[in-house]
Design a protein around this ligand. Sequence first.
Ligand SMILES: [Zn+2]
Length: 175
Amino acid sequence: MASQTAPAVPQPTYRDGDFVPTREVPFSAELDEMIAEIRAGNAPNIGRFCGYCCAPMGETEACGICGESTEQTPAVDKIDRDLAQIYHAKRKREGLYVHLAAWSGILLATGLTILMILLLPGWTKVFAIIFLVLGGYFAGVFFGNVLIQGFAYRAGLKMFAKRWAAWRAGRMEAL
Ligand SMILES: [Zn+2]
């Protein structure tokens, strides 16, 4: 029985608000795209990937994401299934947050509309309907995109960092 010690969770690195891949959190946007394409059936799971973090390597001998050289760890020709699952889960998590935020915005606008219907006198209640149509739309877009995207982005990377560390630890144990 292998001992189950949870690896320390590495923190994603940000520069000017943008994520920077590191050896500890080697998230590859290119690999992310590739996995989505493979899952959609638009591409085969074949190529040349870093033996350490699985990022696509092209013809180079050093990984642009984690810095590992093929001398240290030979390149592989397939994306690890479990790792692909982690990338997919990250996408799903981000999508969920964006949806939740958009719906919160729409609910908020609806709540305000009801309040306006109750409070506005006579014919001015019509403004409540105008507000519902415009406000609901803008609130949905605003919450869904502007406010939450930064949050969803960071939350997704945090989840990725945790699962990646566990995946790597599991791999080391298997060696
Ligand atoms: Zn790498």
